[in-house]
Write a protein that binds this ligand. Structure first.
Ligand SMILES: [Zn+2]
Length: 289
């Protein structure tokens, strides 16, 4: 089965919420590393002949439109990661609508191609934000991939099915692609993105990836440009978060290359094109309701 690869395109200082971290008004003064890191990451993917979906932070897309163009030209699907990396549950529904509509328009204006995908910062669409899907539909999105079906600091959302599904709302429907988790002793764990991917040893990641595929689900993998940058400046976020934010930065590129050798990946757009029949039953069920 083909799997889905995603990149959340943001800089080294776009970590979540800590008193030591700079706010959006200070971001412009910091030395940026995203251009070099993103080019390195696309280079690694190019070596393995793999594309995927790039979720651009709107702030990054506006400041570095050439990165959006470069990714689109290289065959990547362009999607949105919102404007300012604020957790969804800290926004009013009206603020969220404005945030996701603006970030979508910025990307569309750069590439001249419809942008239909969204991922919330730190997977922060949760049970506390049932309105988020409706707002995404109102803003013109066709799919979301913000649900993290396991316990997590900023996200975590219980869903019945771990496979991609169609989310119905009173404003219409939207495709949802929950991040891949797998259960160990009936408890959900993630091995396939960001800090989890950096933390766990490759043989375990590979074993768990095969387990997901055996359950007839695609792997939904995510990475950030900073995940392969051992030289990035570091904030002091406390022992636990320092570990989580910076563990194994040096060895992640090597691990990523092994992962890309062992599994096939594509974008959300391409995956959906090739797997439409998986959703026919979902649609029939909703129509007969
Ligand atoms: Zn992010």
């Amino acid at each position: 089965m083909e799997n889905i690869l995603s990149i959340d395109v943001e800089d080294w200082f776009h970590l979540m919420e800590h008193p030591s971290l700079p706010g959006p008004s200070e971001w412009g003064k910091l030395p940026s590393r995203v251009e070099a890191n993103f080019a390195d990451l696309l280079g690694i993917l190019h070596d393995h002949n793999i594309t995927g979906t790039c979720f651009f932070l709107g702030w990054i897309a506006r400041k570095f439109p050439h990165l959006v163009k470069m990714a689109s030209k290289a065959g990547f699907e362009i999607a949105s990661h919102g404007m300012y990396h604020r957790p969804v549950y800290k926004q009013l529904p009206s603020e969220f609508l404005d945030d996701v509509a603006t970030s979508r328009k910025i990307c569309e204006d750069i590439i001249g191609i419809a942008v239909t995908g969204y991922r919330a910062p730190a997977f922060s669409i949760t049970e506390r934000t049932p309105w988020a899907f409706e707002k995404l539909i109102e803003a013109g999105y066709g799919f979301d991939t913000s649900i993290f079906p396991a316990k997590r600091d900023y996200g975590g959302f219980y869903v019945e099915t771990l496979s991609p599904f169609i989310q119905q709302t009173k404003s219409g429907s939207i495709m949802e692609f929950p991040i891949s988790i797998t259960k160990i002793l009936n408890r959900p764990f993630c091995f396939f993105g960001g800090g989890y991917f950096r933390l766990f040893p490759y043989p375990l990641i590979r074993k768990m990836a095969l387990k997901v595929l055996n359950e007839n689900r695609p792997l939904i993998f995510y990475i950030h440009p900073r995940d392969i940058d051992p030289e990035q400046p570091r904030y002091n976020l406390g022992t636990f978060r320092n570990f989580k934010s910076y563990v194994n930065l040096k060895s992640t590129e090597r691990k990523l290359r092994r992962f890309l050798n062992d599994f096939r990946f594509t974008s959300y757009r391409e995956w959906y094109k090739n797997n439409k029949e998986r959703f026919i039953n979902d649609e029939e069920r909703s129509e007969s309701r």
